[in-house]
Design a protein around this ligand. Structure first.
Ligand code: ASP
Length: 439
């Protein structure tokens, strides 16, 4: 059994957290390959080392004195080294990084040092080998990620190594220039390492015990999801639930490697297992509820619309030409509604309306803003009668008017549009009916 374990920034924010991580890794011999993030926040108003690096580098580029900022970064690592009683020093690395900052080594290089240095500490602490991700995660000359070459390099590098630490978040072009993934990208590195070594499991350790059925800022102490499929996860993440970087899914999904989200601060919790498919029945009819605020709807009305060939296409083309992405599109016989992100629509609003008027000559266009969309997601809905009925009676009891309903043909989700002011109450009502009362 081989596991890749990735630890997020809050799991490695200080020496105390490092000790918990050490105990987790030593507690299971199959945890052979470790992918660390940079030290994250130690308390809620703290600053992540990655953010400190970005702003320190900006000062360096602007020709400002960045020595104080750099000293604070150095301090964060020094505190960890001392707290772990390591007889190990990063002084040479700090000197080199400082010099590279003065020489304009690049923003990605600057940000990547957070993981690089933390990886070195982790390797010394565990007595594992340190692999610089710049040598094994490859980006092309145009900055795009090269999956095949990365897989080849990582497999080659790790093949004969019993264990290793590979820092997350960055790689390099062939000429050595460092490139980072987008923020939160250490999740991706973990997934790439899991693919390369043919891991049985990719454990992603963070500060929550997996995915929760609903947003804890809206529902008090929501229960966590035991098992979720990739498809369900995609639906929920699209609607705003986020624990894992989206691009971390593809490499392991393709290889059939499950991801287990675990909590460093509650290591006995089973967390959430993400799998391609499962015959494990979810505990409740639904797997999760997620929602996002800030949508607008444009409803175009025209008598006999249904018999006018190409009507919908022409309307959609207008949104495409104006660079506005369409989120949902429920339609009636003589109406079609287009749900869009309110902010991106507002910029182009007048242009889009006049284009619609000119192109399809509608009877009426209605605009509605301040809408929210809520997705009720679950593989269990397919085999259960009355899910939609329960949703609507729960919302009716909570005095919430439903503006839009959209059920995907896979029966994996039902999307409900409500007014902004009803958003949170709607989520609470749905959680209550499916999880708390389970009628
Ligand atoms: N340290 C990076 C960030 O803060 C990458 C990561 O943590 O995954 O985004």
């Amino acid at each position: 059994m081989k596991k890749v374990v990735k630890f997020g920034g809050s799991s490695l924010a200080n020496a105390e957290q490092f000790k918990k991580v050490g105990a987790i890794i030593r507690g299971d011999k199959s945890r052979k390959y470790v992918v660390p993030s940079a030290p994250g926040k130690r308390f809620s108003h703290d600053t992540k080392v990655t953010d400190m690096l970005y702003s320190c580098y900006e000062s360096a580029v602007n020709g400002e004195d960045f020595s104080d900022q750099f000293a604070q970064i150095r301090e964060r690592y020094q505190e960890i080294i001392e707290g772990l009683n390591l007889s190990f020093s990063l002084e040479d690395d700090f000197d080199k990084i400082c010099e590279d900052f003065s020489n304009g080594a690049g923003q990605d290089y600057a940000a990547s040092r957070g993981e690089f240095l933390n990886g070195k500490i982790m390797a010394a602490y565990l007595d594992y080998e340190f692999i610089d991700a710049a040598d094994a995660v490859r980006f092309d000359d145009d900055g795009s990620f090269n999956a095949d070459e990365t897989n080849r390099l990582l497999s080659e590098t790790l093949k004969n190594r019993e264990n290793a630490v590979v820092p997350g978040f960055y790689g390099a072009k062939e000429n050595g220039e460092v490139v980072t993934f987008s923020r939160g990208g250490s999740d991706i590195t973990g997934s790439l390492v899991a693919l390369a070594i043919g891991a049985d499991l990719y454990e992603n350790w963070t500060d929550v015990s997996g995915f929760l059925i609903a947003d804890p800022r809206i529902v008090k102490h929501p229960k966590s999801i035991e098992t979720i499929t990739y498809k369900e996860l995609r639906e929920l993440s699209y609607m705003g639930a986020s624990v894992l970087h989206e691009d971390a899914i593809f490499p392991v999904r393709k290889a059939g490697i499950p991801i287990n989200i675990r909590n460093t601060n509650a290591p006995d919790d089973a967390g959430t297992l993400i799998v391609e498919s499962t015959c494990r029945q979810p505990k409740y009819t639904i797997t999760g509820i997620a929602g996002t605020d800030g949508f607008a709807a444009v409803t175009v009305e025209k008598a006999m619309m249904n018999s006018e060939i190409g009507f919908c296409r022409k309307v959609l083309q207008i949104f495409e030409d104006n660079g506005v992405s369409i989120e949902h599109m429920p339609s009636g016989i003589d109406t079609m509604s287009i749900f869009v992100n309110k902010d991106s629509f507002e910029e182009k609003e007048q242009k889009i309306l006049s284009d619609i008027n000119k192109t399809v000559n509608p009877d009426h266009i209605e605009l509605e803003s301040d809408l929210a969309l809520i997705a009720v997601v679950g593989r269990g809905m397919k085999s259960t009668r009355g899910t939609a009925g329960r949703i609507f009676s729960a919302l009716a009891h909570a005095h919430i008017n439903v503006k839009m309903i959209d059920q995907g043909s896979s029966e994996l989700n039902i999307i409900i549009g409500v007014r902004h002011e009803d958003f949170k109450d709607a989520i609470r009502a749905l959680y209550e009916i499916f999880v708390l009362t389970q009628i």
